[in-house]
Design a binder for this molecule. Structure first.
Ligand code: FES
Length: 303
């Protein structure tokens, strides 16, 4: 069977034992440092939990854009004879470097939770982008030392940095769009639009999260006293079964990477998840628990 280029590249990277081993050790070390203890809020910040959107892809757009401008200005200065562009190039390049450093930090915070299949590719993606950033730092330093005089000498490292960064960006795109890293696992949920019976009220034990498939939708039901909560049963981060998570009051903790979801409204109280869980309205009628969708993928279901 033919593989597309992306798949073949990922497979080639993953076959290298040294990369696999390094990735595993580094992932373990990051988990030790950031998962428990005082640094956890930093990880939530870097994951973008507070923004309800992964932060890393937002930041990566900045160096790609800034360094594209850098290259275009270099071309204008070196090949079309435009003068006085050195400072503008320095500013564009500097902005790209600052954003790249933030993107690298946030990328590692997302990467520390990826599955083993994506680990090696993610590490090479990071290495390429770190290398690209180092080349741009060198170019910036050379430009600064040349008192913002544009030259082929300070253009070459910028050009190499751009090419290396492009390969890194290509791998990063594959991680998201092909392998689904940090993609909301509940993006395509819908319904049930009308109240649908699920289970007898007394058949649902108290404080014991249970999953039910209702009209094709995986729904987590939790009964606490007379109140029944219903949110999506699949973790939005990587698809873990939330019924296997830990219940603490009205918070369910994901069993895989420990995101916290509120049973009240499906919101994420701790990352790495960024997308809220689908939320369902509940009712008790004729001794049965009924549910209907209230919000999926941030949209209020039309009534
Ligand atoms: S699957 Fe990663 S936090 Fe739930």
């Amino acid at each position: 069977m033919n593989r597309d280029f992306s798949e073949a590249l990922d497979a080639a990277i993953t076959r290298i034992p040294a990369i696999r081993a390094t990735a595993k050790s580094l992932q373990r070390a990051l988990n030790t440092v950031f998962l428990e203890g005082p640094l956890r809020p930093l990880k939530n910040l870097a994951n973008g939990t507070w923004l309800e959107h992964p932060l890393h892809p937002l930041l990566t757009d900045v160096p790609v854009g800034a360094w594209t401008v850098t290259l275009l200005l270099y071309i204008a200065g070196l090949f079309f004879g435009m003068d006085g562009l050195g400072l503008a190039i320095g500013l564009a390049m500097g902005l790209g470097i600052l954003a790249a450093l933030a993107a690298i930090a946030t990328g590692f915070m997302d990467w520390m939770d990826v599955d083993p299949t994506e680990l090696a590719v993610g590490l090479v993606h990071a290495i390429m982008n770190i290398t690209g950033t180092l080349f741009f730092m060198l170019a910036w330093l050379m430009l600064y030392l040349a008192q913002w005089q544009v030259s082929v000498a300070n253009f070459i490292p910028a050009l190499i940095g751009y090419l290396v960064m492009s390969v890194g960006a290509y791998l990063g795109g594959g991680l998201v769009f092909r392998l689904g890293v940090m993609v909301n696992r509940n993006a395509y949920r819908s319904g049930p639009k009308d109240f649908t019976p699920v289970v007898g009220f007394t058949e649902l034990p108290e404080n014991k999260p249970q999953r039910f498939d209702v009209k094709g939708q995986p729904i987590l039901l939790v009964r606490r006293g007379q109140r029944v909560y219903a949110i999506g049963a699949v973790c939005s981060h990587y698809g873990a079964p939330l019924q296997q998570g830990t219940l603490r009051d009205t918070i369910i903790e994901c069993p895989w990477h420990y995101s916290h979801f509120s049973l009240e409204d499906g919101s994420v109280k701790a990352g790495p998840a960024t997308a809220p869980a689908p939320l369902y309205e509940t009712d008790v009628k004729d001794g049965k628990i009924w549910v209907k969708v209230e919000r999926v993928a941030q949209l209020v279901a039309p009534h």
